[in-house]
Design a protein around this ligand. Structure first.
Ligand code: PRT
Ligand code: ZN
Length: 297
């Protein structure tokens, strides 16, 4: 598919055009996020582009590698794509917001039982990768003189077939490395899906992007927080409230049983278990944790 096909396929100038990976690891996360933002997009017939039913958004389904260039060239206005692809393609685009899915790392990996031990051992060795630009920057920074062997897929088999001494590839669970008897030596880049944008959006499109961004942030915030309800003896309320800053401050309601209150608040997913343990040691009882659907602060 080429740029002209996409340009010719769209007649509606009032729409914000978003590029989403057609199929692959970012597809589900991208489509769920749009859904959670209340935007209905059906991609039943494997189409190139789909108009959202209830938001001025046109979704283009593309290969992830093409997304930064299409955003730079204003073929589409915005896109969901991995930070690894953004760094490798090195286009003139703005990264707007991390999206919390598609998390992985680009790592150098070496044969488990080989002679390589540290990144300095990579001097004058050959490293296979699909990320030559990111890897060459990394090697330059570390002053390592290795040869980069660019390959487009199945990077993990390169050492076994004698094509390279090490690899630089994406890792998430680590099971691909494990089953190929490779081990991680160094993380080169951490990545997740991000929302990117063209640098020269019209005011109208910028307003639509702001609307979408408002929804994305509400969805993200809700995912990172939980609603907590608990009962506490009144003499412990002060200590418990200090553990629960909430959105403004916790809501406190008297219980039917004298001397006890119900406390409602919001806690962050990050320090969730610590806070729960501290609440318990400070006398909280009957703690209920409830997921939040959207959170607007
Ligand atoms: O067709 P198209 O070009 O759109 O798709 P693609 O095949 O290039 O990409 P795809 O779908 O594999 O990945 C899309 C994006 O998902 C990547 O650019 C990353 O931003 C992100 N992502 C997250 C990953 C992984 N995790 C991942 N584990 N992309 C690839 N992998 C591969 C990795 O290359 C290796 O082969 O999975 C294997 C390792 O996984 P583990 O779990 O065994 O460690
Ligand atoms: Zn790709």
């Amino acid at each position: 598919m080429n740029t002209e096909m996409i340009n010719n396929s769209s007649g509606n100038g009032g729409n914000l055009k978003i590029a989403v990976q057609k199929k692959g690891r970012l597809y589900d996360g991208s489509m769920s996020l749009l859904k959670e933002c209340g935007i209905d997009v059906s991609n039943g017939n494997n189409q190139l582009r789909v108009q959202a039913a209830n938001f001025p958004l046109e979704v283009f389904f593309l290969r992830d590698d093409d997304i930064p260039e299409y955003v730079q060239d204003a073929v589409v206005d915005i896109g969901f794509v991995g930070e690894n692809v953004i760094a490798e393609k090195n286009k003139e685009i703005s990264s707007i917001e991390k999206l919390g899915f598609g998390k992985c790392r680009l790592s150098i990996a070496i044969p488990k039982n080989g002679s390589l031990r540290s990144i300095d051992d990579l001097n004058s060795k050959k490293i296979a990768t699909s990320y030559p630009l990111i890897l060459s920057k990394f090697l330059n920074e570390k002053k390592i003189a290795a040869t980069i062997q660019e390959i487009s897929g199945s990077v993990e088999i390169a050492p076994r077939i004698g094509l390279a001494d090490a690899i630089c590839d994406l890792v998430s669970s680590g099971s691909t490395l494990f089953s190929n008897e490779l081990t991680e030596l160094e993380t080169v880049l951490r990545s997740e899906a991000v929302l990117i944008s063209n640098k020269n959006l019209s005011v109208e499109k910028q307003n639509l992007l702001n609307k979408l961004l408002f929804r994305i942030r509400a969805v993200k915030k809700a995912k990172n927080n939980k609603y907590v309800l608990l009962n506490a003896p009144n003499d412990k309320l002060e200590a418990i409230c200090k553990l629960l800053p909430g959105m403004k401050s916790p809501t406190i309601l008297p219980l039917a049983e004298k001397g006890w209150s119900s406390v409602h608040s919001v806690i962050s997913e990050n320090d969730f278990w610590n806070v729960i343990e501290n609440l318990k040691t400070n006398g909280a009882q009957g703690i209920l944790i409830i997921p939040i659907e959207k959170m607007i602060v």
